[in-house]
Design a protein. Structure first.
Length: 181
């Protein structure tokens, strides 16, 4: 009987060891599989336009393409490149792609008043009047002391209200536009 009990204990211990070995093999196989399933996707490289004035802080940024708009702070080269792409799409009549490109730039620089103004202009081209007004107001809120940009925004807001048939609000916007000039 004692021999039978000892034999059972040995079998149980062997079963436990075998079980532990199997669990470890399964876990290591899962870990190996996870590292094999990682796929690296190449990132699109861009040669962003550079100019001497981009290195000067707190000055308007000027570049060689249409994407250059006066900005009160230094823009990242990627923002300038994205604005260039948005200009290209707008010229080709692809306003949805232009809007998506500007929205991508806004994810990088969400407090950039010029980007909000540009998105407002695209929304106006798309005949999305309420969106035009909302984006232009957001731009004004971020524009600080950039009265030229605020004036452009109020003009765009006035045009959008005209399209909506709200002459009173359009006139109010025009009055604010002249106040900014």
């Amino acid at each position: 009987m004692k021999l039978n009990l000892n034999l059972n204990l040995v079998l149980i211990m062997c079963d436990c060891r075998l079980f532990l070995v199997l669990v470890m093999l399964l876990l290591s196989a899962c870990a190996e599989q996870a590292t094999k399933s990682v796929v690296l996707v190449p990132v699109e490289e861009r040669n962003a336009p550079t100019s001497k004035s981009q290195t000067i802080k707190n000055k308007p940024v000027k570049t060689e393409n249409k994407a250059s708009r006066k900005v009160n702070k230094q823009q990242e080269p990627v923002i300038i490149a994205l604005l260039g792409d948005a200009d290209k799409y707008s010229e080709q009549g692809q306003s949805a792609k232009a809007a998506a490109t500007i929205e991508r730039a806004l994810r990088i620089e969400p407090r950039n008043a010029v980007l909000w103004h540009r998105l407002s202009m695209v929304r106006f081209q798309q005949q999305q009047w309420q969106q035009t007004i909302a984006m232009a107001r957001k731009s004004n809120a971020l524009a600080a002391s950039n009265n030229s940009l605020k004036s452009k925004n109020w003009g765009l807001i006035a045009k959008a209200y005209d399209k909506l048939g709200d002459k009173h609000k359009a006139d109010e916007a025009r009055n604010k536009q002249t106040d900014q000039s």
